[in-house]
Design a protein around this ligand. Sequence first.
Ligand code: NAP
Length: 304
Amino acid sequence: MSDYDLVIIGAGPAGLTAGLYAARARMKVLLLEKAVPGGQIIITDWIENYPGFPEGISGFDLAEKMKKHAEDLGLEIRTAEVHGLNLSADTKEIILKDETIITKSLIIASGASPKKLGIGEDKYMGKGISFCATCDAPFFRDKTVVAIGGGDTAVQEAIFLTKFAKKVYLVHRRDELRATKILQERAFANEKIEFVWDTVATGVDGFFGIEGVKVKNVKTNEESVIKADGCFIWVGILPNTEFVKGAVATDDGGFIIADAHMQTNIPGVYAAGDVRDTPLRQVSTAVGDGAIAAVSAEHYIENL
Ligand code: NAP
């Protein structure tokens, strides 16, 4: 006997959309979130490419709207961390700290987290190293900071940092950015951003906080220190799949493999959003994944 028709793990845009669709389909659905609903967008200052918001919208506000929309339709959201999964075509068990939930179908929408570089993140977290400009940029008003990375996150957030910092060094390991062109154009036009090409960070200097970032030019091998008060690291993401532990198939990077129906290698188990092996990670694609996964789960349990 199952407790639920559907359990969703993760309350980012993918999970909240899946919850909205499942609630509208009158499924008995539970969404589990270990922290604050919203996922990575709650630490994103401004979202400009989600359709319907031509002026843009703050990530926090968009998350709040998505959560309210799903809850208004009856979605039950519970704060709980998932520790493990027991999955087969017949049984799906979600293992929490003091409880096991049984469900007919499951959507894993647990998202991704920032990758670390191993340059002192653990020691200096909250003392000068950060992954979140929205949270920490105001601490660097009129100061100098280093931002590391060349993707959408690094470039978008480096631009945001210039609202506070007097100077932002953008350190990238190549001489070309990966970020989308409109972000590149804005960054190149921003006088507060200085690009440090072909360069990797190797460590940080400082006793109580950051005083500088040690860097190395990968073409010349020349080492130097950029004097700075803070260091923001945006070098990609890792999937939040600690609790999955081999229960479903993943790619080499640990992202969950799913087909066009968001179905994993286990019948009735779906993956949606950034945790999935996908060519594009946007709020809009996460929302699409969530909708498909919920409808797939609905069809799956109808045919049980
Ligand atoms: P990403 O696209 O994977 O970019 C990571 C960047 O970090 C790349 O430029 C990469 O360099 C660099 N990097 C990776 N490992 C490194 C290392 N060990 N040392 C130094 N540099 C390293 O990650 P992201 O920017 O966090 O974005 C994640 C996903 O979210 C992407 O799909 C992105 O499009 C999406 N996103 C979209 C938006 C938006 O639409 N506005 C905003 C944020 C994120 P290389 O280029 O040399 O590989």
